[in-house]
Design a protein around this ligand. Structure first.
Ligand code: ADP
Ligand code: MG
Length: 238
């Protein structure tokens, strides 16, 4: 479970990215975090994986109050959370297999357990056959799938994806969306930030919409209706 209670975030440069955010996300939910660029999506996600701390309020992830976690305990939080970014951040000198295994190696798993987990993750993302290739031999979509495999290889309860389709063409982006929903079906909570509202229409789920750092709307799957405004040329959630 994730809970934010009256959370605000003001950066050192006095920019307030989030104001009075309260929300609860249950285990197993798929949540779209939408809003225009600068609305605070990445800031909210950074609070969930302990990259930033709230200026006010509480952030609870699983059984942990994140704003009380000491820097040397952050790895415990990271065990519960997998993260995917717009950029794939793969290590170019390592193979697909090694890129995914790396996280487990530094946390001291046995070789046999690493192999099983890595092959499981690569199977989930449909890339078992690319295990021995290097990132440069993979397409953009494949590289993002390697990044997703790396994010889920330690079987976290929560997967955070910050604009995971931002560097992909629409078709590949849709494949990625389907993959994230597939991972969600296994019980993993998925929170996906996107400014592309058309995804919501294609695979409806709960939508939390941010506007200038505040929650503008929070709608469950059954209530989500996406409309196209002729006036602004943009989608909006009602
Ligand atoms: P989004 O992901 O929706 O584009 P962000 O969370 O990245 O939004 O940004 C929200 C606001 O916070 C913006 O005004 C941005 O400039 C500001 N901001 C984000 N990160 C930092 C930072 N590390 N330091 C100062 N300001 C930041
Ligand atoms: Mg962002």
């Amino acid at each position: 479970m994730i809970r934010l209670k009256q959370v605000s975030k003001t950066y050192k440069n006095k920019v307030t990215a989030l104001t009075d955010i309260s929300l609860t996300i249950d285990q197993g939910e798929f949540v779209y975090l939408v809003g225009q660029s600068g609305s605070g999506k990445s800031s909210l996600m950074k609070l969930l994986y302990g990259k930033e701390y709230p200026t006010q309020g509480y952030v609870v992830v699983g059984s942990r109050v994140v704003n009380q976690i000491k820097a040397n305990h952050l790895h415990l939080l990271r065990r519960e959370v997998g993260i995917v970014f717009q950029e794939f951040h793969l290590l170019p000198q390592k193979t697909v297999y090694e890129n995914v295994a790396y996280v487990l190696e530094v946390t001291g798993h046995s070789t046999a357990s690493i192999e099983e987990k890595v092959m499981d993750a690569l199977t989930t993302v449909g890339l078992k056959h690319k295990a021995l290739d290097f990132p440069s031999q993979c397409s953009g979509g494949e590289q993002q799938r390697v990044a997703i495999a790396r994010a889920i290889v330690h079987r976290p309860g929560i997967l955070i994806a910050d604009e995971p389709t931002g560097n992909l063409d629409p078709k590949t982006g849709y494949d990625m969306l389907k993959l994230l929903h597939k991972i969600n079906k296994t019980g993993t909570t998925v929170i996906m930030a996107t400014h592309d509202y058309s995804f919501v229409e294609r695979m409806p789920s709960r939508v939390i919409e941010l506007n200038k750092g505040k929650i503008k709307s929070d709608r469950s799957k059954n209530h989500t209706l996406l409309l196209y405004s002729m006036k602004t040329g943009d989608y909006f959630v009602v």
